[in-house]
Design a protein around this ligand. Structure first.
Ligand code: HEM
Ligand code: HEM
Length: 185
């Protein structure tokens, strides 16, 4: 990159972003649906297996993404962004990184300590930390369920803001994350 200011995020980071977007929205919708179904019933049980596997995959992607993000330079914020929009976008992105890490961790703690299934796409089971610790299971569940509201809010704001910038403002916001954009200006 030889000191040039990039026009878009690192290509690998962009690929991870879109894989995350698809898997995260799937995990969120499945979790939300399961939250309304009585425990132990079908298809809640089967769907939760998929939900947990997607969640663990998202955790691995989040770690990889944070490494790539720290090793590469982000493009400068769009020139049209005022102070408030700039801070709103930063706050939104920090909240998204927070839930990307906190949802899998709390979900894992809750299932692991509570003695619930921890299979990865039916292939193998993850090791169980804090097995039988009901306090950890309760805290994990309560945090997972409470953070779910934050998830709905920040993801809705994130997608709405993108649509606003792409369709109404017609600025470069989406191009910065679009896979086909050239990294150099
Ligand atoms: C990025 C990853 C994840 C996201 C976005 C996510 C999101 C959600 C959401 C929105 C709900 C519905 C909450 C409710 O209605 O109470 C939920 C429920 C649930 N999640 Fe996750 N989750 C993630 C990862 C995980 C992981 C890794 C596990 C376990 C290993 C897990 C286990 C569960 C369980 C068991 C429920 C049902 C909770 C209940 O009915 O009280 N989640 N999740
Ligand atoms: C259809 C769904 C989505 C669209 C259209 C979308 C679009 C975008 C766009 C255009 C950007 C660049 C914004 C900028 O640089 O100012 C961005 C950044 C970002 N997106 Fe999304 N996104 C979506 C889903 C998600 C989801 C589900 C997550 C995570 C839960 C997520 C996490 C992030 C993060 C953390 C950034 C900041 C990147 C960084 O600075 O490292 N996005 N998104």
């Amino acid at each position: 990159m030889s000191g040039e200011v990039p026009a878009a995020y690192d290509p690998l980071l962009r690929r991870i972003h879109w894989a995350t977007a698809v898997l995260f929205i799937a995990a969120m919708l499945i979790g939300c649906y399961c939250g309304f179904q009585p425990p132990g019933t079908s298809p809640r049980r089967e769907l939760l297996e998929v939900h947990k596997s997607l969640g663990v995959t998202l955790f691995a992607l989040a770690i990889l993404r944070i490494l790539v993000r720290s090793a590469t330079s982000a493009p400068p914020e769009p020139r049209s962004f005022g102070r408030i929009v700039r801070w709103a976008a930063r706050l939104n992105h920090w909240a998204l990184y927070l839930v990307l890490l906190a949802m899998p961790v709390t979900g894992y703690l809750f299932s692991s300590a509570g003695g619930y299934s921890l299979k990865y796409f039916g292939l193998f089971s993850w090791p169980r930390l804090f097995a039988g610790d009901q306090a950890i299971a309760r805290i994990g569940e309560a945090t997972h369920d409470t953070l779910a509201y934050l998830v709905y809010v920040v993801v809705t704001l994130h997608i709405s803001a993108t649509l606003w910038h792409a369709l109404v403002k017609k600025d470069e916001t989406l191009a910065r994350m679009w896979p086909a954009t050239k990294a150099e200006p």
